[in-house]
Design a protein. Structure first.
Length: 225
């Protein structure tokens, strides 16, 4: 395996356990813009949110709600709801995540934490976890141009880390969007984790090169003796 110099790690579902808060925040957002609380329309919308987990939330809402005004209203309501969950202490790290990030950095890797949330929500989450200085880089879609499944977050991390070769990048996440973004960026290692939104077969079908039980398994995979 090519020596890995940059690890691009997703947050919610990969390094952060949020216990289904994304779907709860979506329900609040959908209700706020008039989506029926029960029935086939709500069921289809929730299914779409699950399928597109990891993608930029404003893009998901544009697909769901059509008009830009309604999408922005839903996105604002989503962020308020998710921020309230964060402030209430309803998020916690995946066991071992912080230690893994520190270990990777100590071994000489650059570590980037990425998200489909807004920059403001990502900063709130980092602050709640005490992770403001844990990683080398933290990136939201607004920092890169486009969110997942596009390769922009990964390539922005590569540029900022001054890595010469995309093959020296590992991308780690729990969703199809994470896997697609890594493959499209040209990363040689694209790891699916079984701690989040999508199951192992779904991640393999999306093109994951490796599957791990959790982020805690990364050092054994990425660090060569």
């Amino acid at each position: 395996m090519t020596v890995i110099r940059l690890a691009v790690l997703d947050m919610a579902g990969t390094t952060v356990a949020d216990g289904g808060l994304v779907l709860r925040a979506f329900d609040a957002a959908a209700t706020s813009v008039g989506l029926p609380t029960d029935g086939p329309e709500r069921d289809a919308a929730r299914r779409y949110v699950r399928d597109t987990m990891g993608r930029s939330k404003i893009v998901v809402f544009r697909s769901l709600f059509g008009s830009e005004e309604r999408a922005r209203a839903a996105n604002a309501a989503f962020e308020r709801a998710y921020d309230d969950f964060v402030d209430a202490g309803e998020v916690e790290p995946i066991p071992g995540a912080a230690d893994v990030i520190t270990r990777l950095r100590d071994a000489g890797l650059v570590v980037a934490l990425t998200t489909g949330f807004s920059r403001a929500t990502q900063d709130r989450l980092l602050s709640a976890l005490g992770w403001q200085d844990l990683a080398d880089l933290t990136l939201a879609p607004s920092d890169a141009g486009r969110g997942r499944p596009y390769p922009d977050l990964v390539l922005t991390a590569l540029l900022r880390a001054e890595i010469d070769d995309v093959r020296e990048v590992a991308v780690v996440g729990d969703t199809v969007g994470d896997i697609l973004s890594g493959r499209r960026a040209g990363a040689s290692v694209v790891v699916g984790t079984r701690t989040g939104a999508h199951d192992e077969q779904t991640l393999r079908d999306a093109g994951a090169t490796h599957i791990v039980g959790s982020v805690a398994d990364l050092p054994d995979l990425l660090l060569q003796s």
